[in-house]
Ligand binder design. Sequence first.
Ligand SMILES: Cc1cc2nc3c(=O)[nH]c(=O)nc-3n(C[C@H](O)[C@H](O)[C@H](O)COP(=O)(O)OP(=O)(O)OC[C@H]3O[C@@H](n4cnc5c(N)ncnc54)[C@H](O)[C@@H]3O)c2cc1C
Ligand SMILES: Cc1cc2nc3c(=O)[nH]c(=O)nc-3n(C[C@H](O)[C@H](O)[C@H](O)COP(=O)(O)O)c2cc1C
Length: 778
Amino acid sequence: MKIVCIGGGPAGLYFALLMKKLGPQHEIRVVERNKPYDTFGWGIVFSDQTMEAMQRWDPESAGHIKQAFNHWDDIELHFKERVIRSGGHGFVGIGRKKLLNILQARCEALGVELVFEHDAGSDLDYPEADLIIASDGLNSKVRTRLAQVFQPDIVTRPNRYIWLGTNKPYDAFTFLFEKTEHGWVQAHIYKFDENTSTFIVECPEEVWRAHGLDQADQEQSIAFCEKVFAKNLQGAKLMTNARHLRGSAWLNFQRVTCKQWSHFNGNSHVVLMGDAVHTAHFAIGSGTKLALEDAIELVRQFTERGDRAECIAPVLEQYQGLRAVDVLRLQNAAWNAMEWFEVCGQRYCDPLEPEQFMYSMLTRSQRISHENLRLRDARWLQDYERWFARGSAVSDGRPPMFTPFSLRSVTLKNRVVVSPMAQYQCLDGRVADYHLVHLGARALGGAAMVMAEMTCTSADARITPGCPGLWNDAQMHDWARIVAWVHQHSDAKIAMQIGHAGAKGSTCVPWQGGGMDQPLPTDNWPLVAASAKPYLDGGPLPRAMDRADMDRVRADFVASTLRAAQAGFDWLELHCAHGYLLSGFISPLSNQRTDDYGGSLENRLRYPLEVFAAVRAAWPAHLPMSVRISTHDWVQGGITPADAVLIARAFKAAGADMLDCSSGQVSPHQRPSYGRMYQTPFSDRIRQEAQIATMAVGAISEADHVNSVIAAGRADLCAIGRPHLANPAWTLTEAARIGYPGLAWPQSYEAGKAQLEAGFARERSLQAQSAASQERVA
Ligand SMILES: Cc1cc2nc3c(=O)[nH]c(=O)nc-3n(C[C@H](O)[C@H](O)[C@H](O)COP(=O)(O)OP(=O)(O)OC[C@H]3O[C@@H](n4cnc5c(N)ncnc54)[C@H](O)[C@@H]3O)c2cc1C
Ligand SMILES: Cc1cc2nc3c(=O)[nH]c(=O)nc-3n(C[C@H](O)[C@H](O)[C@H](O)COP(=O)(O)O)c2cc1C
């Protein structure tokens, strides 16, 4: 085959050499516009894992790279006059020039033709080639020419960064955070040879402009960075090697993805590789890894399917199919890490103490969990657990999930709450034996608090005929029996969630009417809502509430609150989420009023806040109140997480103790991005920016998740829903699974504790043995 690689970066060179190794008969040329030793940037870093793959595919180049690289394990944070260091992270650093020179030399030794100082105009310039690798980097000309085919999506991110170097030695991946008069500026630093370290400086656009860096040339920019980080640099100089860039060398990161990765241009197959097809932010340091792994995968496909011209089309199809999945996974993690650095100045730097800031930074991609950190540096994590536990007034270093948490006069024994979950098992709004067993079992299951499902403030406030209520005293006495049972037989607290269904009322019990939100065929009741807008397209039309309706509904909320207090509940939650009545006022998708209760967010919040204030005044002052909101409508034009911060601030000002951060269900047209802990970032944002306690909820399904969320300060409590449907004793089970013996079991169940713990201990030791034997095999 005749192969041309346009661009001699890591992707093009590595593919060329691996392919030449596979079939020495192939004519392979790499066309590079720069001179052989001329390149941008300083050092790059990749993980031990990438190095292992390179060792398997080409031990010769891997050997040279290993000799040249710097290996280190530690990450060091310099923040608020403190230095914190943790180990076990495993990186290798190498100069970009050095890496390219090794790959160039290996290409030459194998007989790849290297053409330097030639700017390739287009893939069409090489009609004789069977295969053209477009490895021409971020600003790929080939991708731009064939944009209709490749359909690139390029997102320019808001932060500014500059890639500098220094001769000051650093022996850890070092992060510096400095507060300037215009905001926080950070540096990411790593050593890549004996005397040189990469020194990337980053800050938000507004901080950059406020410092006049938009007007600064490279010398002035360097002077600025030297001044900001003078304390750390101690006289060492910063250097640039981007003098070829005109004017300022400050860049914005561009995230590139492409729908299609390859194309036949009439003469040749053209395929994108490396930065030309995908980029990963330097916060996760994986751009070179992705480029090298692309090259490996494409060669692997040729190895398996045959390295002949007729094999190219299926090989390219398979290459994209396999790589796209891995790349997306890494880009998602890189996105979280990138966002963390984009918002850290406004979200984390001021409120978090150095210990927690370090934890939050290390887990920024949400790929590294609490237990991953333990594997990396058990001692550091143990110290951190001790530090965290001290903040909750416990002296042992128990996992964060099992630390107590207090609000007003209530202390929860740990951070797990059974999320409210409608059961549709009531007649006339009355709970009976079903709820006694359902809530009682979960109260015995180790969670610190069980929250009753949405309980309605009037008969016409119900979602379905099976929903519970608190609109009469008989209902109050039914609840009082359950509350008393929970208090007598468990050490769990019990919370009441009150709500009104609004436009989503008068629907069937899900298993009787073909799913959620389906209107009752008969015996409907009239609906009220913020506006006369049905929830489902073509669904039953609610009446827009007038002032008299508002007064009546507010009075119903107050009456239910008084009954909840009389029934003995420990905690009250006001349901302002999921498109029900109060949520329907908050979201612009459902509130189209033109009076004082519609229009701006301030107006849309007016009635929910009015209800909140009346309820708070009726609820005993020594007991806490949380508010559940939908932090994201997942629909264009709906509530966004930025709005949710304003909503949280408003409820906080009105006296709310905690925001319970759910999302969605406000519109049937929602397009949520589900995934592990997918709503936790909204809780994190609200907690830091509105400075209020939060409860995270949604796809939190392991102790490891709860520990990471709580330890990083992304929430104060975690509500666990569906896992509690599968296992009422979810918290007891998870404690045993992670080997934490300190959670007390109900006396009568005690005999089961040691047995469960022994079972999990055996499982952990088998896993450890199998990991050790795999290591020996490898
Ligand atoms: C600040 C910063 C820090 C980074 N840190 C890391 C890190 O720590 N770890 C990591 O893995 N990655 C890092 N990266 C990313 C990494 O540099 C890239 O992901 C990686 O270089 C991609 O390799 P590539 O071969 O696809 O593209 P490139 O390395 O960009 O190579 C493309 C080559 O094509 C050449 N070229 C372009 N157009 C033409 C043309 N028309 N004709 C001929 N030649 C052409 C260019 O001159 C260049 O040599 C960082 C990037 C930045 C910006
Ligand atoms: C069967 C069921 C009923 C639910 N009922 C309520 C409810 O009454 N009130 C409420 O705020 N959320 C309700 N939810 C949402 C849950 O409280 C929780 O937010 C959601 O299930 C996501 O958490 P999970 O991934 O841990 O299940 C319900 C969820 C389920 C599965």
